[in-house]
Design a protein around this ligand. Sequence first.
Ligand code: FES
Ligand SMILES: [Fe+2]
Length: 346
Amino acid sequence: MPFLKNTWYAALWLQDLPEDKPFGRVIAGESIVFWRTVDGTVAANEDVCPHRRAKLSVGGVRDGKLTCLYHGLGFGGDGKCAVNPHGPVVDSLNIRSYPVEVQDDMIWVWTGAAELADVALIPQVLAFTRTLPETGFVRGSTYAKASHKLFEDNILDPGHADFLHPYLGSGALSRSKRMIEEGENSLKLNMFQANWRTPAVMVGEFPSPDIMTDQWAEVDWNPNGAMLIRTGATPTGRPESEGIDTWTAHIFTAETETTTHYLYASGQTYKTDDASFNEGMRQGLRYAFEAEDLPMVESQQANLGDRDLMESRPALFAIDTASVRARRLFDRLVAAENAEKVPESA
Ligand code: FES
Ligand SMILES: [Fe+2]
């Protein structure tokens, strides 16, 4: 069983859900259709018609019901069949309804046991967007042909920027000390480097291009692929509050074991009212991801085929400690979830 089920997955940005049409997306191996009910709330249902298994996302919303385009079966957001042009409406025509929650303009869906779906469990990786004006952050999404785990490894190794994105790195992060705090359900990586040259992407925010700065990176990892990285710098020896901070939420929602929906948001403490600066940041983030990270990570998957990275017995270094520990934690959580489903005597 490769996926964690009892978790909230980031499915898509609210703005990407059409007003009047359903939208289908495979999440953690499950085919799910998202749509808006008559009162505008978002519903998430199994994207499989009980009659001949057509995708309901290919159909439409008619008279407030999710309606199969093939032969007209209609469903409410609760999954109950409400319309059957071919016979009686019976319970055997009901489809699954998933717990769904809109938070920070993200549609989160719970793929496990519905009674365990507590919204307090949604990782707060987008909380930084609440305090910023609309012009102060950007969001987006794309798609990648590689495992969510390889992308999570990538973010848990911020030092790769020194090599793969030299304008983002300054050599500080690949040499700085790493501290890892592991929780029951999450992992945090802290990195700090004192008195180092400032990365090109930040240097314009300081009075001199030669300024030496103290630099930090903090990465929060959650087992649903929702991650937050805070990076910043302050003039050497000065408090963090005198420097600059940036936040990027990188959310890697598994589609299959080898494909991933990537959803992101980014903001910073400076120039929050400058929409064109933020548009430049968005383009920079997209470039770093699509032109640099994505081909690199897809190249790993191409070499691995269907194998997991760890099965291939890769060479590992100290820079891999956080990602190896996150992978172990993920495996333990998936194993625990599946152990719960099997009676002990079985
Ligand atoms: S396949 Fe959906 S109504 Fe026939
Ligand atoms: Fe990267």
